[in-house]
Design a protein around this ligand. Structure first.
Ligand code: GLC
Length: 685
């Protein structure tokens, strides 16, 4: 059952799609809250938790020792969120160390499962803090400065049921084209078309599978959105056709900030039509990002959104079928005001120039820490279709609406075809328009583990098409880390190797022992029919793609605490190796399973294993997974790109002679009507 509580007059975020009558929460003169529309007290939010509107909104409840707290999508730390603090504030922070409380997404859905069993979704577009046993170990508090919001209470029969209801509430997840399940190579720093050709050749000549190359800001002219540098990429259409012949797609980046440059049409039209975010005095707000000074399109304004979205056509007309939207928290390196203030502070410290004491030196270092400042987010306004709203009040909706802008325009430009779209920043609701990548991680083993733990939380919040920068974005990767990361990444829908400018090159062909990379990538392609089918089941039935063991075996204490093993789809349990120099790992099996160890893309061993604890050996180029009883795993013949996928013959793993079947989905890879145009094939063994 879903109940929708209304506090005040909330901003309509359009996160939810189900039309549920809201229950107004009223406040008496002495501050007592009541929901007069509720007849049955048992299931009322106000009896389940103590809610106050005295100093902003706060909801508090006591956690039992048995309660685990799940959800929050793209958030730091483990699958069970208990024990820390998380703030939904879309944040451009490339150092996701353990203490960080805000990443790029704002996914305000949690579930308390254990002694209690319910889910809560806080539809609130500004900063909101989830203190989940941080201040007091036994207390969950959700706090926000504002008091106008919707809170959805979802009760049901266990975690899986609650997730299903929540996902039904927020609408169907985005479905990308089939080719988006192929492997993507990316790097910030492919400067010209020859760099792109080199990447294509590096993969194709070494028979390393690849479907796409994503293009970072280097392809643009002076980092201007929707432009292509004519010297370095003289003919994008021709290049894209050349790549298509090799079965490759390009995926260009689009940034939020529009460069201020007279003569640049996007800038000029935006200014003329008042499509940019404005300061209080009505002038266009200025933020420094990659191109230098920029304006932010007002993504919360319907007309501006439509206007911005239409520009994607320029690239689509040059053969592009996929995009990634970036810097859309929106990231601000500096504002004009912030910069002026920094110089003023330095001026004040001038006398300390020759011999600064420690305080002065600290102040000098701090003076230019002016990126992504709260003050800046309070300096500009949106015109939400006639309503002027200060940005910080709706901060978490910006990336969501940038992606919506693109997606809505795709519906007009290519009504019959799915395009690829993924974003850095997001809010619940955006999962209907595109996927996400999880931002600027590092080449750290801990970030491989974070990637593993985040996937089920993203599934809970509807972000099915997602993945991390495999190999790590910042810092220098190593061969073993990349191999282990790819061995997990072959199971994530978005499988992209991406790295930062200045770091060690991390295309697979840069390393010795290419055979190992080839095997792992080829295995991905063998798995695509399974992955695509499971993706469709999750999307069409509002189910999880990645499931924590705790949800399937809630009575099993070890399964409940196992966070480095995940279920993928109906039959597979993933057991990635996430530790440097490890030659295997401990696994826990809640039931008897078949251990499948892929020693290459074509070869594997199958070992029945009984429920309980085991140590499994797993070499650097091997992929360990488990198959649940009663399930089959179909493998397509290996190939080098999705265009070569062959659905005519499958190798089927699983127990023979038991009449087991697998329901496989297939379509033309593009249809927008999977129910109408897709086919379900029954695979048997
Ligand atoms: C941001 C993105 C990263 C990209 C870089 C340059 O840091 O998160 O993926 O490579 O900008 O565009």
């Amino acid at each position: 059952m879903i109940q929708k509580y209304r506090f005040g007059t909330p901003i309509e975020t359009e996160a939810a799609v189900l039309d549920i009558t809201s229950i107004p929460v009223e406040r008496s003169a002495d501050g007592i809250l009541s929901a007069p529309d509720i007849v049955n007290d048992e299931a009322c939010l106000l009896t389940l938790a103590s809610v106050s509107l005295d100093k902003g909104f706060s909801l508090t409840l006591t956690l039992d020792d048995r309660d685990a707290v799940y959800g929050l999508g793209e958030a730091n730390r483990g699958i069970n969120k208990r024990g820390h603090l998380y703030i939904s504030h879309c944040n451009d922070d490339p150092n996701h160390t353990e203490e960080k409380v805000s990443l790029y997404g704002a996914h305000n859905f949690i579930m308390v499962i254990g002694a209690k069993c319910f889910g809560l979704f806080f539809d609130y577009p500004s900063d909101i803090c989830f203190d989940i046993g941080y201040t007091r170990q036994d207390t969950l508090t959700v706090r926000a400065d504002g008091t106008e919001l919707y809170v959805y209470l979802i009760t049901g029969d266990g975690a899986l049921d609650i997730v299903r209801q929540f996902r039904w509430l927020i609408g169907r997840s985005y479905i990308p084209p089939l080719w988006a399940f192929g492997y993507i190579q990316s790097r910030w720093g492919y400067k010209n078309e020859n760099d792109i050709r080199r990447v294509a050749a590096g993969y194709r000549s070494n028979h390393l599978p690849l479907d796409s190359i994503s293009m970072d800001i280097d392809y643009m002219e002076d980092y201007k959105d929707f432009t292509v540098d004519q010297e370095r990429f003289p003919d994008l259409s021709a290049l894209s056709a050349e790549m298509k012949e090799q079965g490759l797609h390009f995926i260009p980046i689009i940034d939020a900030g529009v460069k201020i440059e007279p003569g640049y049409d996007v800038y000029e039209e935006g200014v003329k039509n008042n499509y940019f975010c404005k300061r209080a005095d009505g002038t266009d707000f200025v933020a420094g990002v990659w191109p230098g000074k920029t304006h932010f399109p007002d993504m919360l304004n319907t007309k501006a959104r439509r206007w911005f979205g239409n520009y994607y056509k320029r690239l689509i007309d040059q053969g592009i079928e996929g995009f990634w939207n970036d810097m859309n928290e929106p990231a601000i390196f500096y504002s004009e005001e912030g910069l002026a203030e920094a110089f003023r502070r330095m001026e004040e410290l001038r006398e300390q120039k020759e011999n600064p004491d420690l305080n002065a030196f600290g102040a000098m270092c701090d003076a230019f820490c002016i990126s992504n400042l709260q003050e800046d987010y309070e300096r500009f306004y949106h015109n939400m279709d006639g309503k002027k709203i200060r940005h910080d009040k709706v901060h978490n909706l910006y990336g969501y609406n940038m992606t919506r802008a693109a997606s809505e325009s795709f519906d007009e430009i290519c009504p019959d075809r799915r395009l690829l779209l993924f974003s850095r920043s997001s809010y619940i609701g955006m999962h209907r328009y595109g996927g996400i990548w999880t931002g600027d991680n590092h080449s750290w083993w801990s970030h491989l583990l974070l990637n593993v733990k985040m996937m089920p939380s993203l599934s809970m919040c509807g972000f099915l098409y997602s993945g991390a920068d495999l190999g790590g974005f910042g810092s220098n990767t190593t061969r073993d880390l990349l191999l282990r990361w790819l061995a997990f990444g072959i199971f994530t829908p978005l499988m992209r190797n991406h790295s930062a400018l200045g770091t060690r090159e991390q295309e697979c062909y840069q390393f010795e022992g290419l055979e190992d990379f080839r095997n792992i990538l080829r295995l991905r392609y063998r798995l695509i029919p399974y992955l695509y089918s499971e993706y469709m089941k999750a999307a069409l039935n509002d189910e999880l793609l990645f499931t924590p063991l705790a949800f399937v075996w809630p009575q099993d204490a070890v399964a409940r605490e196992t966070e480095d093993q995940l279920l993928l789809g109906e039959g597979l349990m993933l057991t990635p190796v996430c530790q440097q120099n490890a030659t295997g790992r401990h696994v826990y099996l809640p039931e008897d399973m078949l251990f499948l160890l892929f020693t290459s893309s074509e070869e594997y061993t199958v070992t029945p294993m009984s429920a309980g604890h085991h140590y499994i050996s797993c070499g650097l180029a091997e992929v360990p997974v488990f198959l649940r009883p009663g399930h089959l795993l179909p493998l397509a013949p290996s190939c080098e790109c999705t265009a070569q996928l062959d659905y005519s013959s499958f190798e089927v793993l699983g127990e023979a002679g038991k009449g087991l079947t697998y329901s496989m989905y297939t379509d033309d890879g593009y249809t927008k009507h999977p129910e109408r145009d897709g086919r379900w094939i029954t695979i048997t063994k």
